[in-house]
Design a protein around this ligand. Sequence first.
Ligand SMILES: [Zn+2]
Length: 450
Amino acid sequence: MNPFRYIDSNMKNLVSDLQLLIRQPSVSAKNEGIEECSKLVKKLLAKSGVKSEILRLKKGVAPLVYGEIKSKSNPARTLLFYNHYDVQPAEPFELWDDPPFSGKVKGNKVFGRGSADDKGELITRIKAVEACLKTTGDVPCNVKFVIEGEEETGSAHIEDYLKKYQKKFSCDGVIWEFGYVDSKDRPIVGLGMKGLLFVELSVTESIRDAHSSLAVLIKNPAWRLIEALKTLRDENGKILIKDWYKDVVPFSKTDLDIISKEPFDEKSLKEEFGVDSFVGNLRGLDAKKALVGGATCNIAGIVSGYTGEGAKTVLPGTALVKIDFRLVPKMDPKKQVMRLKNHLKLKGFSDIDVKVFHGEAAARTDPSDPFVTQVKEAADESYGKSIINVSNAGTGPMFSFADILKSPCISIGSTYMFSRIHSPNEFARIDLLKKTTKCICLIMEKFGRS
Ligand SMILES: [Zn+2]
């Protein structure tokens, strides 16, 4: 039997193992089921023939599951799979059609928190290795699994893990934790991730809330915050902070060529979110360029005063906003924080307090790296025509991997782009899980041969 036929006839096991993973809640934000899930992952790896160990940094940090299998036929090349076993909180529970940790199968879909992000992706990689081992008694290249438990809270310690276990994790290529399949079932070979800077701005005008009749005398922090926010960004999304774009390198000719070829279903995206137009009226190539290489300043949440039912005439004492800035290559999060603070000072908002929660730089793999061709060929052969994407619009700790392990990183996977990750009724498509498992086999083969 060859690995592909093994995968075809073992899909039931893949789905039931994925259900096991979904049924073990592992919400990092609430430290719910993290230990238990790391042990379950270790068990599933063992079941598929991969030896693993649970690595720890210190108390209070989620353990990392590390798996390794050496190739007898080709011990010179090492491929590393990066995944995470933690999931987003499932709230609001009432919006789920079935309980979020049920792993319910309906037709071609497995539902549940983590079904796609990232337990579905993880299972395809484990099963691809299993398929090789069970049918050939070997893997086409050395394989390493790095499966962390804090991705959904921002991978706060992955860099520390990478530094501490740099030798253990050494490899020649990294397959990223997820990969998307577009609305026309074309897999996306992703070469990069944007960076992120997450901050909280807060302002206090009085030591406690007041009766709003005093608004004639006492300043309102919500107005103050709004005035400050208005200086950060114009209505077209351009960030107005001095030197914000200073270090950004323009797209290369190759980048632009790839971006122009990338299909972009503007209509579907608008329909999915019920919007008529995009920010700054971007469309076509400009919208694609923004997704790949645009920096953002997004208000993630803003609170002040009374927002409950009915009316309450109150003058709040404080106002607070959470902002995420997406960063593009060469933007250093630390520098950007300084620029933000300077900007507020310069504009007369020294009273606004800036708290930094998270900063990470963007990463991109060079499109001319041979690893890109290997992954692209594998994707073309297993799903049909694939698409190269210069950078995902989202963020992950890719910079740390590329920087510390000195390896190219590529994302490829089974996540249908509208599979509602981070939302109620998240699902994984079984047909895509199958194609991806085959694709991972092919990647190992091509990578091993190179
Ligand atoms: Zn996620």
